[in-house]
Design a protein around this ligand. Structure first.
Ligand code: IMP
Length: 426
């Protein structure tokens, strides 16, 4: 399978780490193309549990090449932390990690400003991860950002930092006394991490172009989820990058291409962290059950995730925009033992039933879910390895998903471990 794309189809936390790890077994190159250390991809291997924020999940397989592409915003401190953590766990990244020189860097002032803006938003906070993502992408489009290539020229780096910080302090005078907005603080900080990064900085666009030309198997690993896309998600309650598959060429320096397979990861129910509309959210005991059984606490911030039923309206929209041609369903085991399972097949809005995901956030905020009810299953699914062995009602749940979404479910994950994956024939 030369080119495969894996994207989350909900509001993130669909279980991308595990699924990417599974598919990276037959990839030569694994690529992160957007986002930054706001992601938290959990992978459990025989050697231990790993939560990766920046490095592609393929890094855990020794022979794979991994690329942090142009579209990423890199927190150097987090990057070095991950490289050291992996080294201590016996995983070397030398010679197989490639970081784009065009990728932008996240500095302490970005992280400070992220939290500062959230406070100013008062009742309208986005609920960001506080990892400086929005401010770093803002600098990118404002053309004052600092890129990985800038690390190679110390004087230029210092001058760019100085200009940038002066501009920011003049726009917000109350930041004048904040140490994270001082030149020395940021310059000393980057000097602590830059040596550890520089060997990895390359022209990743060329590396990926060559990989595609030579027929290497390349896997593009999405972060966050489709509904957090800055343009197509529930804006402004989104992240600041394009999480959709269409963002891959531009964020990797590649000509547009049609992947051989686009896998959409769909959790068997829905979760969301941070603020913003979530039509199927459960603010009741069932929400608590899903949170507890699914261990739904953020891998990056530890925040409890909001939980709710599956939402076909949002999913249909997500699958279309991403061109998904097969679904990997995760966490079906979390639904074991739940007597009645609801699935949202439409929204009620001002007395009307709508089946298309609204473009306007004001409408989404007022939508109430319309549910169909299906019977749950008693027995545990976590030890099952064959689709045929799943309880009848679990098979029916998957049938309904395939028939309604008109996309086959090709894989079903029944737990966090590598072997807990059912491959379903298409
Ligand atoms: P930011 O990306 O930190 O700016 O956060 C913007 C929104 O995206 C917030 O609601 C976050 O909770 C959410 N978000 C960012 N990264 C992730 C992720 O990896 N999983 C789930 N939600 C995320």
């Amino acid at each position: 399978m030369p080119v495969r794309v894996i994207v989350g189809c909900q509001w993130g936390d669909e279980g991308k780490g595990k699924v990417v790890d599974y598919f990276s077994e037959d990839a030569d190159v694994v690529v992160r193309f957007q986002g930054g250390a706001n992601a938290g991809h959990t992978v459990i291997t025989e050697s231990g549990d790993f939560v990766l924020h920046l490095l592609p999940s393929g890094i855990l397989r020794a022979e794979k090449k991994c690329v942090i592409a142009d579209g990423i915003v890199i927190d150097p401190e987090q990057l070095i932390k991950e490289i050291i953590f992996l080294r201590d766990m016996g995983v070397s990244v030398k010679g197989r990690l490639f970081i784009s020189g065009k990728a932008h860097l996240v500095f302490p002032y970005h992280k400070y400003y992220d939290k500062y803006l959230e406070k100013l938003r008062k009742g309208k906070a986005i609920g960001t991860t506080g990892r400086g993502i929005g401010p770093a992408y803002t600098d990118r489009v404002a053309r004052c950002g600092i890129r990985a290539y800038d690390l190679f020229d110390e004087e230029l780096l210092k001058a760019k930092l100085d200009d940038n910080l002066k501009l920011k302090r003049s726009l917000s005078p109350d930041l004048n006394q904040v140490e994270e907005f001082g030149l020395k603080y940021n310059f000393d900080w980057i000097n602590r991490f830059k040596e550890g990064m520089m060997d990895f900085i390359k022209d990743t666009s060329k590396i990926l172009q060559n990989a595609l030309v030579s027929g290497d198997s390349v896997l593009f690993e999405g972060a966050q989820g489709m509904m957090l896309d800055v343009d197509y998600g529930t804006y402004p309650y989104t992240t600041s990058s394009n999480t959709v598959s269409g963002g891959i060429p531009v964020n990797c320096g590649l000509a547009p291409f049609i992947p051989d397979e686009t896998i959409g990861i769909v959790k068997a129910y829905t979760t969301r962290v941070g603020e913003g509309p979530f039509p199927t959210e459960l603010n009741d005991e069932m929400g608590d059950i899903l949170r507890k059984r699914g261990r739904e606490f953020g891998a990056t911030t530890g925040r409890p995730r909001r939980c709710g039923w599956l939402d076909f309206v949002a999913l249909k929209y997500a699958l279309k925009i991403n061109g998904v041609n097969s679904i990997a369903m995760t966490k079906i085991d979390v639904l074991d033992g739940i007597e009645r399972i609801l699935i949202c097949d439409g929204y009620r809005y001002k007395g009307k039933l709508i089946r298309e995901f609204p473009n306007n956030i004001n409408i989404i905020e007022e939508c109430k879910p319309h549910y169909i009810e299906v019977s749950g299953w008693e027995s545990e699914t976590s030890s099952l390895l064959e689709f045929e062995d799943l309880p009848q009602n679990a098979k029916e749940y998957i049938d309904i998903i395939e028939n309604t979404l008109e996309v086959p479910v090709s894989h079903i994950s029944t737990g966090p471990f590598r072997h807990q994956m059912i491959k379903k024939c298409k």
